[in-house]
Ligand binder design. Sequence first.
Ligand code: ADP
Length: 248
Amino acid sequence: GAVADTLLYLDGVSVSFDGFRALNSLSLVLAPGEMRAVIGPNGAGKTTMMDVITGKTRPDTGRVVFRADTDLTKLDEPAIAQLGIGRKFQKPTVFEPHTVWDNLLLALAGDRRPGFTLRARETAEERARIESILRTIRLSDHRARRGGDLSHGQKQWLEIGMLLAQEPELLLVDEPVAGMTDAETEQTAELLREINRTRSVVVVEHDMAFVRALGVKVTVLHEGSVLSEGTIDHVSEDPRVIEVYLGR
Ligand code: ADP
């Protein structure tokens, strides 16, 4: 059926805050391996949607089904993260006094080796894994720099790298290119496409040039439900979308 070959299925999810409907029977289907861009005006419910997926907010009604068989609405945040759903911005951010390498090592080994400190030598397997993540996040040449000395864009990539260390099956990314230069924005689109070869991704973003560069299916949220869905060309020509973005 509809649910069987989905990675993530939001089924009529509603959330109210003091009587205000932040999500209004929101339904969304993400296929395994898919990357989806979610856009929408301020207050459309994008953050609340991410919060519902990660278990930070519990829906009043509806279900969030992961891998066709797990109802996330019955689980707490740590259990959902454990299942393989990672969200950028939720984990502690970059450790500024530590090098790029050590940040990744902490992300990689910290969780898996109780009592791990940077004094301990990384294993060959951990080294190989860090090298691979460094290539993905374009920081191979910056491994010895302190987190605090990176550009804003590079810090964002390092955070994505720290998330990759946990091997999530689904990556949720909140406004990754806010504050980035045009060149960094372009590279971020490339980087996410590369990550998407092995992982599913949901990315919330305002930057239309970036969303276009991603080249993936777009979901437009408005007043807590789906207003339009399809290619960036399809949704940007949709009269309902034009009205919401221009008619306010
Ligand atoms: P977006 O991320 O698309 O800008 P949000 O999901 O942050 O939208 O917010 C949707 C609506 O819900 C907004 O009107 C916001 O003010 C409201 N809202 C979100 N979180 C809370 C909360 N914890 N308490 C009260 N209202 C909230």
